[in-house]
Design a protein around this ligand. Structure first.
Ligand SMILES: Cc1cc2nc3c(=O)[nH]c(=O)nc-3n(C[C@H](O)[C@H](O)[C@H](O)COP(=O)(O)O)c2cc1C
Length: 403
């Protein structure tokens, strides 16, 4: 299952270090090549000799080994690995990598790699729940690093969350990541996300509540499935997924020109952004002063980006999102036709757990033939997988029709 896969197992100074023996044994059994990289403190818990025997490779422990090795070892290791698994990962290593510290061989390899990195944290419950650790973990997750959640149970000191999951669970996650779907390999996708902000005067703007979570999830999942992704995003508090071509915009007009300039090279455009339908007709150069009488702000419609791309789409796949608070299906089907879309993702913000800001969404997918698929309440990542399943099928069909 993992034949030809090259994995670095990073081991840090936690009590669960002994479990890494079983992790390595299982990875080897599945056919992977394993190189162990240990921190100095990890060697207080487990000996390199044991790991050398299990991994059938020299264990790397030093940044500056006495026995000179040819080349720059941390760079060659970082390039060699298809994946780096740090199990167990101490609070210390998570904090160091979050801040970019590279003061030993393991942290230096991690900072030098472009391959996926999975952390399997294990520690005392108070360490795990410490807001500093939680914040470090969130930060790294937003940067595209993956985490295997620790289990709740008996720990060396007390009970709670922080126990390293069983080796089989950890190896299962490695297998999933390395052998996961690559059905969008080499495809070029443009994804839009977030809201736009339309200035009224130098300090005020017109906007909406879109957080960007749906579009960012699509970009991340598409990238993992092998696509070359350009993410065009309006203002959002999220960090862009690593390895996507990220373009930041603010206004509907900027979103329009960014989409236009990237549409030509794209095979599919997924418009998950909530672009303002209306923008102020005039932007006051000075802050509008408070007055007693009513203030009227005149709005004009913004360019309909999707409709315009629909006219120029040729063989490209076009996916739109529709947010309706009434007659959602009727209005969405009309939109799909009018804008020449291949798929429309209909969501209703009034359904609990769906719409803006939350991590879940409840959507209905409608295709050109009028086929309706109502999905249950799912995480936005799961919704992204479902939308991309459809995009992948549509791209394959388009290919066949070209032949
Ligand atoms: C007996 C013992 C057990 C420890 N277990 C853990 C642990 O499970 N998780 C953790 O984050 N730190 C644990 N620590 C603390 C780390 O060893 C310490 O933070 C160290 O600096 C980590 O170094 P490293 O991340 O470079 O390996 C433990 C320390 C001792 C003495």
């Amino acid at each position: 299952m993992l034949e030809h896969k090259k994995i670095i197992v990073g081991i840090t100074g936690g009590i669960a270090a002994y479990k890494s023996c079983e992790i390595i044994r299982r990875l080897k059994k599945l056919g992977a090549q394993v190189i162990v990289v240990m921190t100095e403190n990890a060697q207080r818990f487990i000996t390199p000799l044991t790991l050398e025997t299990l991994s059938e490779n020299e264990v790397v422990t030093e940044m500056f080994p006495e026995k000179k090795v040819v080349g720059v070892r941390h760079v060659s290791l970082a390039q060699w690995a298809d994946l780096i698994l740090i199990a167990p990962a101490t609070a210390n290593i998570v904090g160091k990598i979050r801040t970019g510290i590279a003061d030993d061989i393991l942290t230096t390899v991690v900072i030098s790699t472009k391959s996926p990195v999975i952390f399997a944290p294990a520690m005392n419950v108070n360490m795990y729940e410490n807001p500093i650790f939680q914040e470090n973990m969130e930060h790294l997750k937003n940067k595209g690093y993956r985490f295997i959640e620790p289990e709740t149970g008996d720990l060396v000191c007390g009970t709670g969350k922080g126990r390293l999951p069983e080796p089989a669970t950890i190896v299962g996650q490695v297998v999933k990541l390395l052998t996961g779907k690559k059905d969008l390999q080499g495809r070029s996708l443009v994804v839009t996300a977030g809201r736009t902000e339309e200035p009224i005067d130098p300090v005020r703007y017109l906007s909406n509540r879109s957080s960007g979570k749906m579009g960012y999830a699509i970009a991340e999942v598409a990238q993992k499935r092998g696509a070359k992704v350009t993410l065009i995003s309006g203002p959002s508090a999220l960090s862009p997924p690593s390895q996507v071509n990220f373009i930041q915009v603010e206004k509907a007009k900027e979103m329009h020109s960014a989409v236009k300039s990237h549409f030509g090279r794209a095979e599919a455009l997924i418009m998950a952004a909530a672009v303002s339908d209306f923008v102020p007709s005039m932007v006051s150069p000075r802050k509008i002063k408070r007055k007693e009488e009513e203030l009227l702000i005149k709005l004009k419609p913004s360019a309909d980006i999707l409709k315009e791309m629909g006219k120029r789409k040729g063989k490209k796949i076009l996916v739109g999102f529709s947010l309706e608070t009434e007659n959602e299906m009727r209005n969405s089907k009309r939109k799909l036709k009018e804008k020449n879309l291949d798929l429309i993702v209909v969501n209703n913000p009034n359904v609990p757990g769906a719409g803006f800001e939350v991590d879940t969404n409840q959507v209905t997918l409608v295709d050109r033939k009028g086929k309706v698929e109502r999905l249950p309440l799912l995480s936005k990542k799961e919704v992204a997988e479902k939308v991309l399943d459809k995009v992948s099928i549509l791209l394959k069909k388009r290919e066949k029709s070209k032949k």
